[in-house]
Design a protein around this ligand. Structure first.
Ligand SMILES: Cc1cc2nc3c(=O)[nH]c(=O)nc-3n(C[C@H](O)[C@H](O)[C@H](O)COP(=O)(O)OP(=O)(O)OC[C@H]3O[C@@H](n4cnc5c(N)ncnc54)[C@H](O)[C@@H]3O)c2cc1C
Length: 401
């Protein structure tokens, strides 16, 4: 029945996958999301269901046991899932980024070893760039790897790992000076290590501690953690791609597809907020009529729906560009920026439409109101997106005078 956010030109397979995911969201996620969120409870049953649907391997090539689907299919699934509960999309997002980095940059041995396990959802991925002292400025990373025989010894503290506790494979970006003399540009002396660990908290591998969950405003249920490396020993064959000094580029590549994903999440949350707003507006009466019949509320609905449509179109465009093999950093940056800003605005309008009830935990919009801000920050803040967009525009429109 939904009229908004339709996507033209999908194949039968894509339509079938999306229908299945939408049904799963309506039946298994929406009815329990708010209750689990209020308890900050990990949605194990939902995750098991996603595993059964094959969602953890959606973009992993078929030769490794995945479904080999496109970024567009993936992003549209994420949009559906975030419409149900944004935290669930966060559970698959970091997994997807790590699988993508392995597929693009891993050695053959790394792909053969990790991708089938990841496709089955047995190995679950997280990625770690941020530290207590930095997030946007990745080049300032201080965690360090030092070569010792056939191994590297890693030390440092990481911050804000989505799925830090529940994951069993973390792609960790650190500085590695070996082979990169003093004065090498910071982004050329960084390396991504593939760190396997037990799930859970405490010392999950000798030299590696996941202290506990960070208590957050929203985006609950999914665990976000710190990660402490104290003499963590990693074999040389767990350097992503087998060569040091490429980590910065590998991570940026991963984050770029991650941005399409965050845009998709913004689209999903905004759609849900619109659904809640348009429904409530027809039920609540003031001054003798449904508030939907007051022009001011209709204008809000009109603005909300227009933003839902625009964000969806930009997100689809960014995904299709990547799928066609073209560079999409401009489109992904624009889609992430616009979708997250619009999401915040649509959620705010739906909240206002709910009047005082929007402030009650009994109403779903209260949860969405606490979730939307995360999208303004994760995978690069609005300011960072604008820097990327601005730089690319100056490349494309170089003054020829
Ligand atoms: C719930 C959650 C989950 C996360 N999950 C992960 C994860 O899984 N892995 C991971 O590595 N990280 C993760 N992060 C970290 C996230 O990527 C960073 O928070 C984000 O990149 C911003 O970094 P920061 O918090 O250090 O802010 P800062 O970089 O300190 O920025 C603070 C403010 O200054 C602005 N700013 C910074 N530099 C500039 C500039 N040059 N020009 C203009 N303005 C600027 C920013 O836009 C922002 O408004 C997560 C964060 C959250 C909140």
């Amino acid at each position: 029945m939904a009229r908004l956010a339709q996507t033209a030109g999908l194949t039968d397979v894509q339509q079938e996958i999306l229908k299945t995911v939408r049904e799963f969201v309506d039946k298994e996620i929406i009815p329990v999301a708010t209750e689990l969120e209020h308890r900050d409870e990990y949605p194990q049953q939902i995750v098991d269901g996603l595993k059964e649907l094959g969602l953890f391997g959606l973009m992993i090539p078929e030769e490794y046991g995945g479904l080999g689907e496109s970024l567009l299919t993936y992003a549209l699934c994420v949009e559906e899932i975030a419409r149900g509960w944004m935290s669930v999309s966060g559970i698959i997002n970091t997994h997807f980024i790590v699988a993508y980095m392995l597929k693009q940059h891993g050695t053959q041995e790394q792909k053969d070893y990790f991708l089938p396990r990841m496709a089955a959802g047995e190995t679950r991925g997280a990625f770690s760039m941020s530290e207590p002292g930095l997030g946007s400025d990745v080049s300032a990373i201080t965690s360090k790897a030092v070569k010792d025989g056939d191994e590297y010894v890693l030390n440092g503290q990481k911050m804000w790992l989505t799925n830090g506790g529940t994951s069993t494979l973390v792609a960790v970006l650190v500085r590695s000076d070996e082979g990169h003399p003093e004065g090498t540009a910071p982004h050329k002396s960084m390396t991504t290590f593939l760190v396997e660990k037990e799930s859970g908290f405490g010392e999950v591998r000798p030299g590696l501690t996941i202290p506990g969950k960070i208590d957050k405003m929203g985006y609950k249920g999914v665990d976000t953690t710190e990660l402490i490396m104290d003499g963590l020993r990693i074999p040389a064959n767990r350097v992503l791609g087998g060569v040091t000094g490429r980590g910065f580029y590998q991570m940026m590549d991963g984050v770029e597809v991650g941005r399409v994903n965050v845009a998709a999440r913004g689209c999903g949350v905004a759609q849900r907020a619109f659904e809640l707003g348009v429904s409530y507006a027809q039920q609540r009466h003031t001054f003798g009529k449904a508030i939907a019949q007051h022009q001011a509320i209709q204008f809000k609905l009109a603005e909300m729906a227009t933003k839902v449509e625009a964000a969806h179109a930009m997100m689809v465009n960014a995904a299709r560009k990547k799928d066609s093999g073209e560079r999409n950093d401009l489109e992904a940056g624009m889609a992430k920026y616009l979708a997250s800003e619009y999401c915040k605005e649509v959620v705010e309008d739906a909240f206002r439409i709910h009047g005082g009830y929007g402030f009650s935990k009994e109403y779903e919009i209260e949860r969405l109101y606490r979730e939307a801000p995360m999208l303004l920050i994760g995978e690069g803040t609005a300011e960072i997106q604008k820097m990327i967009i601005g730089r690319r525009l100056l490349e494309e429109y170089r003054f020829q005078g």
